[in-house]
Design a protein. Sequence first.
Length: 480
Amino acid sequence: MSVLTSLMRARAVRRGRALPVATVRHLHLSPRPLVFVPLRLAGEAAAPLGAMVGADPADPRLLVVPQPRNRELRFAFMAELAEVVLTYLDGFGAEPAGGERFADAPQILVPNPKGIAFIRLLGRSTRFRRPDGPYPVPPSVPRLGTWLTFLAERGEHAGSSLLVALTQALGAHWATGQSAVEDGNLAAQLGWIDPPPGLTGPEAADAAEDPLRTPPAGPDTDPGFDRLVLERSIAAYDESGSPGQVRAALRTQLEPTWASMWQAVELLRRLPDAGSVAGRWERDRTAFTREYRRLAEGGAPQGRRDGAVGAAHRLARLEAAQQEFAAQCAFDDPLAMVEHLLSGKAFRGTVVEVDAARRIVPPGGKRASCRPLVVVEAADPVLIPPGKTVRSPRRPRQRAEILRIEGNRVTLQLLDGMGRAAVPEPGSVPEHGQSVCYADLDLGGGRRPPLPALEETPWTHGGPPAEYVPTDDDALEAWS
């Protein structure tokens, strides 16, 4: 938990209501997201019990497995889910492409991180299934499993908006007066952020934590519901063959979360987009376009695990995405920058001297280049050492080098971002008396380690991996 979030949580307790920790929305929010609220059978990691899914708040589709231990009913559930999800995904793939990528991409919303983990397990359990052989399934089931795996993997990239857990999205924009664990309850978190009239945040959260009034947001159901209601409903199905009681029981568990999901969406819609959201969504669109075309050309499902080099490349991409996302949030949002000010990775101050006409021959250069000097009287302790390159939210693409620090006066040398003329372009150099902020943050995600290509995997790591081809053993992977 960050220092800023801890402080705002303490203040939220005193005020009895959640407080904002962001001034803008740091994720893309689709005008037509697909909301997916899954439930699973207790004790079975990937055994679906039911789900509510749809892109229209007024028209959810209820999917039910009346006997979750029945393999055929599980696959029937997945086929029905595939009908909804694949129709939604294909609606974006059918749109005209703008250059190399589709004009838009899907967005799937789940209540919490456990929902994302459940999607990953569903993908792993179904993407290798086959329409022939033992336990045949409709062709849509393995295709759905491949897409669920892609979405779960893409969801690991910081700043990606293709698959979003709403408790995490809300927690990135509001600090409640409860713990991070308690924020995993969507209804309780919403109670702090948007309590009903006449209730404080703690009162609304306490009411939301009563499973008899507000069922859990899944994928795990309440043990009391399992014992008193679900077991009897499943037993009634076993005797009669009618899923009516199971459907009615699961509807009572899913409808409150369905309403909470759309309430959370509306709260997030009220925040304006951060400046870097469009660029990150463009990368999501690119990733979706490539995967859509790969599968359309007959691409195989993802392998069970990455090879050594593939795993290293993936880890490097995830680390770079996390670093870039943190920097973008700070440059987009003054509240996000506060965290870096508190940790000493940034400083604020007032420009007291400017030498905009300064020109020098850089080391190793032959011609004089424009290198203005800016002296800032810092309002915060400056913990960034001389020689470091810093950036300002006002000019995020311009680099500045800290030359020296004398007391609270910091001398900066501007390195670029001033145009190509002999003199800096108007507005490209801070002016005397201007308030500025500089941070030791890299918008480029940092340098990636030099990693070999797949075909150059060293023998110490198994040598070049063989091309992945699904086998019969893959198709027998268990639902766990």
